[in-house]
Design a protein around this ligand. Structure first.
Ligand code: ATP
Length: 379
């Protein structure tokens, strides 16, 4: 776990992380911060309320240069408010937002315009101008800066190549698909050669196949151009596919953050667990979910979720794991997923409640590098 990513309450007790096992993209991250939220709070005027509505409270979060960081949380948790502070669209009521070390609140209009040119943004509904062709949409931010036409052409053409739309340059937005519209949005966001790309639910309006293609493109941009990406999403599939870092926000507070692999393999906070519960490997078989109780009775079984690096599974982990669970266990489901480029094996098992006493089980499973979580009890 990198020290540059502030650890919030809730990550205590998380599994130890062997940084030598981090994927190459994570290793390549510099510890330099591109964005820092420093004790940021935001209160909106609350209509009849005198105190207003606290949308963000004391948010501390660093975004590492070169990372792809996802901010996740339920609807209304404060994700958009947080991300909009990075380009000065929203101002903190307290605290500071630093971009490359500069407090955004101290910038005058001209400096703010310069900052915004260095930050690209893509949106759920693409925000393209219907009256402009693909080429002219991408060219727009450059026209605003007053760049001569020949330089605009020289900049836009390779961007259209990068996003695979060179053959659509003269089409209008109404003549291209949703995925292609988002590619135009990405090319437009890259036109001013930004150091940071903000993504606000960029794939939420796309079908799964198109989402994959757009995510692949974002991953390429992150790796090949070294662009830092800060995204907000409610899609956990998006997080596990592109984000090397994740921060979980709940009611305006960061409740958990860290490397995506660590957070996804051993979620600590109830909100994180709830957000992940729909992913394969976390999902309970429906008949078990229906029966699940919070406390054991005399004859009940504990339902556990076990997770471990799948490489260990190849080296005989599953055999030792299941032998340590004892003869009374039953495997309810198993899934190997890829989180941030690393395989993670998850099993849902049922064992006699008497063998699920945490300390004993911990002693059995820890040496194998297996995390476990008691999800509840069934008869
Ligand atoms: N301009 C505003 N005035 C008053 N309240 C606001 C304003 N903008 C946001 N809020 C409130 O602040 C809270 C956080 O809003 P925000 O849009 O940041 O959440 P979010 O996590 O992005 O939600 P969603 O996923 O639904 O977009 C919400 O309760 C919202 O109603």
């Amino acid at each position: 776990m990198s020290a540059a990513f502030k650890i919030e309450p809730g990550r205590t007790g998380a599994p130890r992380i062997d940084s030598s096992r981090l994927p190459d993209s994570s290793k390549a991250l510099s510890a330099e911060k591109i964005v820092s939220f420093d004790l940021v709070s935001k209160t909106f005027d609350g209509g009849s309320s005198e105190t207003g509505f606290a949308a963000l409270s004391n948010v501390n979060l660093d975004i590492e240069k070169g990372s792809t960081t996802a901010i996740i949380g339920r609807s209304g948790a404060g994700k958009s408010t947080l991300i909009r502070m990075v380009n000065g669209l929203e101002k903190p009521s307290r605290g500071r937002v630093l971009v490359d070390g500069t407090d955004v609140a101290t910038l005058d209009e001209t400096q703010l315009r310069t900052l915004r040119r260095s930050i690209g943004m893509i949106f759920q509904h693409f925000n393209l101008l219907a009256s402009r062709t693909v080429f002219d949409n991408v060219a727009l931010p450059l026209e605003i800066t007053g760049l001569p036409r020949h330089e605009i052409v020289a900049r836009v053409a390779p961007l259209l190549d990068l996003v695979g739309l060179a053959d659509k340059r003269d089409r209008y937005p109404s003549e291209i698909s949703g995925g292609q519209k988002q590619r135009v949005g990405i090319a437009r966001a890259l036109a001013t050669n930004p150091k940071l790309l903000l993504s606000d639910e960029a794939t939420s309006a796309l079908d799964p196949e198109t989402t994959q293609a757009v995510l692949d493109l974002l991953r390429r941009i992150n790796r090949e151009l070294g662009l830092t990406i800060l995204l907000i999403t409610h899609e956990m599939e998006v997080v596990k596919r592109v984000a090397d870092r994740v921060a979980v926000i709940d009611a305006g507070t960061i409740v958990e953050s860290g490397a995506t692999y660590d957070v996804f393999s051993a979620p600590q906070h109830a909100t994180t667990k709830a957000l992940l519960s729909g992913l394969p490997g976390y999902r309970l078989p429906p008949e078990i979910a229906q029966q699940l109780k919070p406390a054991p009775s005399a004859s009940s079984h504990a339902v556990l979720r076990l997770s471990a690096a799948a490489q260990s599974a190849e080296s005989g982990l599953s055999a030792s794991l299941f032998s340590r669970l004892g003869a009374g266990h039953a495997l309810l489901s198993g899934f190997v997923d890829e989180i941030g480029g690393r395989p993670l094996a998850s099993f849902i098992v049922k064992i006699p409640a008497s063998t699920a006493q945490t300390e004993k089980l911990q002693a059995e499973l820890s040496p194998l590098g297996v995390n476990h979580e008691v999800l509840g009890y069934v008869d």
